[in-house]
Ligand binder design. Structure first.
Ligand code: PLP
Length: 402
């Protein structure tokens, strides 16, 4: 079946109404299709009520819709059961939950948390916070010059001291795709748990937590065409059941008494307070939408990446691409000669091309490359080859201005 990009674009109001915009910042956040916007609007317009606490039908309907969204998350991740999926504000909150709850209860002085040099700050700082509280130590697996992870070196760093290995499946700054299944197997062989940051991969690849065999996996809804402020933590039920609550409040308890409180089972124990109900319902719609487009969407993104990379190499020899690993998502991170990335980004905007510049929340990765930032163009399945041409054309005009 051919992939009809124009038909897909017509389902995105923002793209439809801004035909001259070349949006190449989907790694920061993806645009939203009408079905997601409708799901959120319909909830507020027709079904709005708080969940879990109402005896009236409207509330029961809202509860059912929220829990159905959880089932969609479980299906999207191929989790064994939906109670393994906790709604969070996004990938960042999901990692904070694991670090604070599991890490706080299980880490002690001398234990090691193994991360990689290419992690997003969201998979570094929560671990630093818990390391500071527990005396555990962060160990960092190196990245090679081409932006690929040095997997043998990572495996050598795994020891009986390693309690958890946290690794991104796809680098947001470079696009590198890491062999997370292999890494999880190596960690488990040493008795360590594993956390996969799928914030970037959820938008590009089919995720299968049973195949990866990870203990934790996190992603954000807004990068998969869903609303902002919603995401999910997947955790193996037997681990989640043993974790202490992350935040306290309403909805996560069974009984409260000043003498002591008892908590709900999983996943409710980790969802204190009124959640982002509309966001969860919108996320469910988004996951259905992107799932239906695969695998053609992935093939289209791969073709776009190959096309844009080849064109850049042929027409802009002074453009230096950072991240040339063999397995890469549709991200091109670069310097245009000696022109400062911020200047490139601002000037591209004047030609209608939206890209991101800076450290991309990956300062250790930038330090490893000896730079302070890059320009990052990230392609989604709704981008076209013509947009890739316009992007390269705009870069040429920027070059001529210096
Ligand atoms: N991990 C990676 C690899 C990311 O790219 C991002 C966001 O850019 C995050 C984590 C954090 O996601 P969020 O800000 O949606 O919580």
């Amino acid at each position: 079946m051919s992939f009809d990009v124009e038909k897909i674009r017509s389902a995105f109001p923002l793209l439809r109404e801004n035909p001259t915009l070349v949006y190449l910042d989907s790694a920061a956040t993806a645009q939203k299709p009408q079905c997601v916007i409708d799901a959120v609007c319909n909830f507020y317009a027709k079904h709005n009520a708080n969940i879990h606490r109402g005896l009236y039908r409207l509330s029961q309907q809202a509860t059912a819709d929220f829990e159905r969204a959880r089932e969609r998350v479980a299906a999207f991740l191929n989790a064994r059961e939906s109670r393994e999926c906790v709604f969070t504000r996004g990938a960042t909150e999901a990692i904070n939950l694991v670090a604070a709850s599991w890490g706080g209860a299980n880490l002690c002085a001398g234990d090691e948390i193994l991360l990689t040099e290419m992690e997003h700050h969201a998979n570094i700082v929560p671990w630093q916070l818990v390391a500071g509280r527990t005396g555990a130590k962060i160990v960092v697996a190196p990245m090679r010059d081409d932006g690929s992870l040095d997997v043998p070196a990572l495996k050598n760093l795994i020891s009986e001291k390693t309690k958890i290995v946290g690794v991104t499946q796809t680098s947001n700054a470079l696009g590198t795709v890491n062999p997370v299944k292999e890494i999880c197997a190596a960690a488990h062989a040493a008795g360590a748990l594993t956390l996969v940051d799928a914030a970037q991969s959820a938008a590009h690849f089919v995720l299968d937590v049973q195949d990866i065999a990870c203990d934790f996996l996190v992603f954000s809804g807004h990068k998969v065409c869903g609303p902002t402020g919603i995401g999910a933590l997947y955790a193996r039920a037997e681990i989640l059941e043993k974790m202490p609550p992350y935040q306290g409040g309403g909805d996560m308890i069974e009984t409260v008494d000043f003498a002591g409180t008892t908590f709900r089972g999983i996943p409710g124990r980790f969802e204190a307070g009124t959640p982002n109900i509309a966001g969860a319902i919108g996320l469910g719609a988004a996951l259905d939408y992107v799932s239906a487009l695969r695998p053609q969407a992935q093939a289209h993104e791969e073709a776009l990446l190959a096309y844009a990379t080849k064109k850049i190499r042929a027409e802009l020899p002074e453009l230096r691409i950072f991240g040339t690993a063999e397995k890469k998502a549709s991200v091109i991170s670069f310097h245009l000669g000696e022109i400062h990335p911020s200047d490139v980004g601002m000037l591209l905007d004047t030609f209608g091309v939206a890209v991101r510049v800076g450290h991309h929340c990956a300062m250790p990765l930038m330090k490893r490359l000896g730079i302070t930032g890059t320009v990052r163009a990230s392609f989604a399945f709704y981008n076209t080859f013509e947009e890739a041409d316009r992007f390269v054309g705009a870069l040429k005009k920027v070059r001529e201005m210096f």
